[in-house]
Ligand binder design. Structure first.
Ligand code: BGC
Length: 764
């Protein structure tokens, strides 16, 4: 009771204070009543105590003092950070990677040294695991296994939360059709339907059911919007796309994220049809906060507010701040324009304080939901951090996720699975021994060298004679010190060729691990050529001359152009960058202890000139022809090397008896029989595509609208059922309205987007 009276007195004193900014409040005054589930009252009470500058402080996010994931701000600004923190001018910090000790130190300043004691929200790019690095998101997408993907995000959240992190900048849900763009490794691939499902699974994994649990963190759907369509695959480049693509291809995963209750969105570096996404009112206010009713907050991308000057959209920093807040960006990451200019803009009447209030409310709400007001140190338990970091359970799940992510692209001579005894195996390629590259980009908190290499994975199988030769280095920096390093591709040193060739000559089977180093994909890692980097193609051809029994193990963060390998190499396994368990997963698949079931989430082109190439293209008026006047290339096929959805198994599957049971016009039920026609147990991703044959806005020749993971014993058959509802049958017209139009549809079911089994139905 005494305590209550004390609070009451202090509270009355505080609210009656004329100059809010000079009165220091204790943490307790801010946190009273947090047991209520609706935080409106607390937020309103708190906001009544805040000065304009303190409100704007909540909208300001600084990078930590240690590591940067964008251009470093100039020293003067950076040096001011501690000072600003003490004044309550910082609401959030990112890139705090050393764990609880660092977080606690920062939180202590925010909570104990600022006037209102509002805790910071600590953000980090937990993109694929935190310390226990899991497969890159594009690899996880290749599993099509939503439960496993959700579990992976859940583990990442638990491990990050134990290190004091509250908020991840993931999932990246940018649909992307251009493998030159280095960031395809961060997303779910080219398809909006699969992308939406993955977005939902990852958000549910990160956020769980209770955000204030010490096992969950807030998620962030990024980059809103269009970033995956950067022209020519060059990062940060211009985006100019029409309404139909925006609504039907780019938006769906973002909309799904909003529907899944994602707490935050990140806007984007790119301009969209002439307006930078960061200053884009249509995107942030009209669509996201308006039409989709999103009530979390929007953070800018790194310095994307100030970059509107370089875009030629903002005149100066003050103008950038004005444009950003008006467009609906709530938090400024590393532009410093809110903290430096918003107060003046409000005082001058150029920006209404109600806009500031709305942004701050959104931010505080997430802080309350995370339980930070209840206990600002709840994520700062060093004992828990020790117990949780790198848990065996996380490593087991990472292994499971890694195996599920592997795609068998080709297996002609049935070289795979490898025989377990009496074989001489030559393992070739610098990436076969690399323990850092498999971590892939965006593995910021991961330990360099913490991945199991392919060599180590294969060494666990003792029945064969395994010998290793490097052949050739991919890049010349052996172990990059940080992922912001630039990779220097080895274009000259072939000194290891002869050892590799000698080894290959004597081997029964050659396993060649080739591809991209982990540092060659990710942000700002666009490539104008997407073949095997450096001298690896030359090495492959040299080894092929002496031994044709080659298993090519690809490791890369994007689709590659490998037409020569496809033509000549009997077995090709796509293993992406799989994280800490990489070598174990690859070895188990190579030896058949795990039967691969992954399917490509992005099309593999035959050549660069085909890009952008994707399965859900439009027909054109001249899709086929027998003379020259049709939509094709003179010097290349128009089909991909490996289509979206493609992936083989050590067994085989057949689809038949596709039936359409139209229940009514708004719901179509479909069934098909799937049989395992091979000799071993296997899992298949059965995929359903539709083609709306004619519509008021032309529809793609195929659109994924359903998939099921089915495990079958040899000779076993299962009937698979799919249901198409309005959601799958409709599309967005050019006004952005969702419509379902009557007419004829075709349905395809099979093991890839090339599925041949088809039926038709009509919607009345
Ligand atoms: C990236 C974001 C990332 C942010 C913070 C930016 O450069 O585009 O995706 O979350 O940095 O690290």
């Amino acid at each position: 009771m005494k305590k209550f009276i004390h609070y009451l007195l202090v509270f009355c004193f505080v609210v009656s204070c004329k100059d809010k900014s000079t009165t220091k409040l204790s943490q307790n005054e801010v946190v009273q009543n947090t047991t209520l589930t609706n935080f409106d009252t607390q937020i309103n009470d708190l906001m009544a105590k805040m000065t304009l500058e303190e409100k704007i402080g909540q909208m300001n996010q600084y990078n930590g003092f240690w590591d940067a994931t964008g251009p470093n701000p100039d020293k003067g600004k950076s040096a001011k950070k501690y000072e600003e923190l003490r004044k309550g001018h910082v609401g959030s910090m990112l890139n705090i990677k050393e764990g609880v000790k660092q977080v606690k130190a920062l939180q202590k300043i925010a909570v104990e040294e600022t006037r209102l004691g509002i805790p910071l929200i600590i953000a980090f790019d937990v993109i694929h695991g935190f310390k226990t690095i899991t497969p890159i998101p594009l690899a996880e997408a290749a599993s099509w296994d939503l439960e496993a993907i959700k579990k992976s995000a859940q583990n990442a959240a638990e491990e990050a939360a134990a290190a004091g992190i509250n908020w991840t900048f993931a999932p990246m849900v940018d649909t992307s059709r251009d493998p030159r763009w280095g960031r395809v490794m961060e997303g779910g691939g080219e398809d909006p339907y699969l992308g939406a499902k993955i977005a939902t699974a990852r958000i549910k994994g990160f956020q769980g059911k209770n955000l204030s649990s010490t096992k969950t963190i807030a998620a962030c759907a990024k980059h809103f919007a269009g970033y995956g369509f950067s022209e020519a695959g060059r990062d940060y480049n211009t985006v100019d796309i029409g309404t139909s693509t925006l609504n039907n291809v780019v938006f769906p995963p973002f909309k799904a994220a909003a529907e899944a209750g994602v707490k935050t969105f990140m806007n984007s570096f790119n301009e969209l049809n002439g307006i930078p996404a960061t200053g884009n009112t249509f995107l942030q206010r009209d669509v996201l906060k308006g039409k989709w009713n999103f009530n979390g907050f929007v953070v800018s991308d790194w310095a994307s507010m100030v970059e509107m000057i370089a875009h030629g959209y903002a005149e100066d920093e003050e103008h950038a701040a004005e444009l950003s807040i008006k467009a609906g960006a709530d938090m400024d990451m590393e532009s410093y324009v809110y903290v430096e200019h918003l107060a003046n803009l409000v005082k001058r009447g150029s920006v209404k304080e109600t806009l500031i209030n709305d942004a701050v409310k959104r931010i505080l709400k997430v802080k309350y939901e995370l339980g930070l007001f209840e206990d600002p140190y709840k994520y700062c338990d060093e004992e828990r951090e020790k117990a949780v970091t790198g848990k065996q359970e996380f490593r087991d799940d990472a292994l499971d996720m890694s195996k599920k992510s592997i795609v068998l692209l080709k297996n002609k001579k049935k070289l795979l699975p490898l025989k377990k005894k009496n074989q001489k195996i030559a393992l070739i390629g610098a990436l076969a021994k690399d323990k850092t590259s498999p971590l892939g980009n965006w593995s910021l908190a991961g330990e360099p060298g913490s991945a199991v290499s392919v060599l180590e994975g294969l060494q666990k199988y003792k029945g064969n004679i395994l010998k290793y030769a490097k052949g050739v280095d991919v890049i010349t920096v052996d172990s990059p010190t940080g992922w912001s390093d630039k990779a220097i591709i080895n274009e000259t040193d072939t000194s290891g060729f002869s050892e590799a060739i000698t080894l290959a000559k004597k081997a029964d089977v050659v396993v060649m691990v080739l591809g991209e180093h982990g540092i060659q994909t990710g942000e700002a890692r666009s490539r104008a050529n997407i073949d095997l980097p450096g001298l690896q193609q030359e090495l492959l051809e040299a080894v092929y001359k002496v031994n044709k029994n080659i298993v090519l193990v690809l490791t890369n963060g994007r689709p590659l152009t490998i037409p020569w390998a496809d033509k000549n190499i009997p077995s090709i396994l796509e293993t992406w960058q799989l994280g800490v368990q990489s070598g174990n997963a690859i070895a188990q698949v190579l030896y058949g202890d795990y039967n691969p079931s992954g399917k490509l989430p992005m099309t593999f082109p035959r050549s660069l000139g085909q890009i952008p190439i994707y399965y859900n293209y439009k027909s054109t008026g001249r899709p086929n022809g027998n003379n020259v006047f049709w939509s094709h290339y003179l010097d290349e096929k128009k089909t991909p090397l490996y289509p979206f959805g493609h992936g083989l198994s050590y067994t085989s599957f057949s689809y038949n008896n596709l039936k359409i049971n139209k229940v009514n016009n708004r719901e179509v039920k479909i069934s098909v029989n799937l049989t395992n026609t091979g000799k071993v147990k296997g899992k298949e991703v059965a995929q359903l595509y539709i083609h709306d044959l004619f519509a008021s806005v032309t529809r793609p020749v195929r659109e994924l609208k359903g998939f099921k993971l089915i495990q079958l014993n040899p000779s076993e058959t299962k009937i698979i059922h799919f249901t198409l509802t309005e959601k799958e049958l409709g599309f967005y017209d050019n006004k952005g309205t969702f419509v379902i139009e009557p007419g004829k549809f075709e349905v395809f079911v099979g093991g890839s987007s090339d599925a041949k089994l088809a039926q038709k139905f009509t919607l009345e």
